[in-house]
Design a protein around this ligand. Structure first.
Ligand SMILES: Nc1ncnc2c1ncn2[C@@H]1O[C@H](COP(=O)(O)OP(=O)(O)OP(=O)(O)O)[C@@H](O)[C@H]1O
Ligand SMILES: [Mg+2]
Length: 435
């Protein structure tokens, strides 16, 4: 007889291969403890006690912010650097150090906002104001006009008084979505404040970000620029070594493993987050397979897993017509093994739409999608000359075809395409769109 609890739920969940708990037991039996410290230390939101290879950048930021410790208004700063170059980590560390100082002649406070989550003019002013609000009643509610929110935020800053440093992380995302008006507003706020002074730290991983803002705003901001270069593989190796010794016992990591992670991450933008993710996932794979050490093979598998995750996450966010277009581009370039002219990409896309009973978008919209997909790193395009026949653009794919098609198939709308593909008994990933 099946044992049940008071709700009638069986105490042991049976599956065809035995109980669920015995499946858990098997995994637990296999998992050797690779960790001597908390594995979360390898996660990206952990700020380590020291940052290696960033002395110059830290010095520069400290130099610019130092006047704030004396009660003066510091210059605005714009920090640029590709992903995972330590921008957020450096600012977090500098901020912590400044906030720890209690014997300052004037009050100093920080307000940090990630503009990837707060991405409108209105929401940013409201969030900034509310971050310094002394109590619940003074908070800025939703529903006020933008002008009223601005005045309320300014009053809250004056109430707080002293130097307030606004850290606007991922500011390029906000400006891309909502324009640069909010930067204009913030850049002139000091002329209207009476008891507070505001300094702005903008952080962007778009190196051309300032080019995209109005010259008027740029001159108002008058910011000092600090560039964070990508890490090379030896720097990434040092960062990893420093971090892993807190997490793993000395003999757990096989020789060459840290170096392999560092080299892979250096090849992809010199991104420290990527290097940490590689070792973290490699450790998880090693643990799942009951291994007592982490080997280069585990790193290799971790790399493949992470690539699939990135593609899946990116593909999921695409609008459906963009997915159809990508399907057409990937399957055709895979079959032809040649770059694809954009005109052919459009034809292939339109053909698939017809077959799916959907009206295709205009060439103009599709060409916009092609640029967007290039920005996302899914494809590369190249402008070529046809001699007197003018110029044309051709596409190559920048991601593994198989993983991309699998990710696209997760969209129900695209599933008929994969069914037709199987019915045609063609090679799984060589779907012939010109059939
Ligand atoms: N010099 C360093 N020493 C130790 N750890 C570092 C260093 N640089 C970066 N890291 C770690 O790498 C991860 C990514 O760093 P961080 O978040 O600061 O990058 P970022 O430049 O802000 O990237 P993004 O542009 O994607 O926001 C974090 O876990 C951080 O602690
Ligand atoms: Mg960051």
């Amino acid at each position: 007889m099946v044992e049940v609890d008071e709700n009638g739920t069986p105490l042991k969940l049976e599956s065809s291969s035995g109980t669920v708990s015995s499946a858990f037991d098997k995994i637990l039996e296999k998992s050797s403890s690779l960790y001597k410290g908390n594995p979360d230390i390898l996660r990206e939101n952990y700020t380590p006690s020291r940052l290696l290879h960033r002395d110059k950048e830290i010095e520069r930021v400290v130099e610019i912010l130092a006047p704030a410790l004396r009660g003066d208004t510091p210059s605005n700063i714009m920090i640029y650097g590709k992903i995972g170059t330590g921008k957020t980590a450096v600012i977090t560390m500098v901020r912590r150090d400044m906030e720890r100082r209690t014997n300052l002649p004037h009050p100093l406070s920080f307000v940090a906002v990630n503009c990837a989550n707060v991405d409108t003019h209105y929401a940013l002013l409201q969030t900034l104001g509310n971050s310094v609000s002394p109590d619940e009643e003074s908070r800025i509610p939703t529903g006020w006009s933008l002008d009223r929110v601005y005045v309320a935020m300014r009053n809250l800053f004056d109430k707080k008084a002293g130097t307030i440093i606004l850290v606007l992380d991922e500011i390029d995302k906000l400006v891309k979505r909502s324009g640069d008006n909010v930067l204009y507003t913030l850049s002139q706020i000091n002329t209207e404040l009476t008891r507070a002074k505001v300094g702005i730290i903008g952080i962007s991983n778009d190196l051309k970000f300032t080019e995209s803002i109005d010259a008027r705003v740029r001159s108002r901001l008058n910011e000092e620029k600090v560039l964070f270069p990508p890490y090379d593989w030896t720097q990434l190796r040092d960062i990893l070594r420093d971090r892993v010794q807190e997490v793993f016992a000395s003999d757990v990591i096989e020789p060459g493993v840290v170096e392999k992670c560092a080299v892979y991450a250096a090849q992809e933008n010199g991104d420290a987050r990527r290097a940490l993710a590689l070792i973290r996932v490699a450790a998880q794979i090693a643990e799942r397979t009951g291994s007592h050490g982490i080997s280069e093979e585990h790193v290799h598998r971790a790399k493949a897993n992470l690539e699939t995750d990135i593609i899946t996450a990116c593909v999921k966010t695409l609008p459906v017509h963009c997915k159809i277009l990508l399907w057409s581009i990937v399957s055709t370039t895979e079959r032809r093994r040649l770059p694809l002219p954009t005109g052919d990409a459009y034809d292939g896309y339109a053909e698939l739409c017809n077959r799916m009973g959907i009206a295709p978008l205009t060439t103009r919209s599709i060409y916009n999608y092609i640029s967007e997909m290039e920005t996302l790193g899914l494809i590369h395009t190249e402008l070529l000359s046809r001699g007197r026949g003018g110029r044309y653009r051709q596409i190559t794919i920048a991601v593994p075809a198989q993983e991309t098609l699998i990710a696209l198939e997760e969209d129900e709308l695209l599933q008929p395409l994969s069914k037709q593909k199987v019915q045609n008994q063609r090679s799984l990933y060589h779907y012939d769109i010109n059939r």
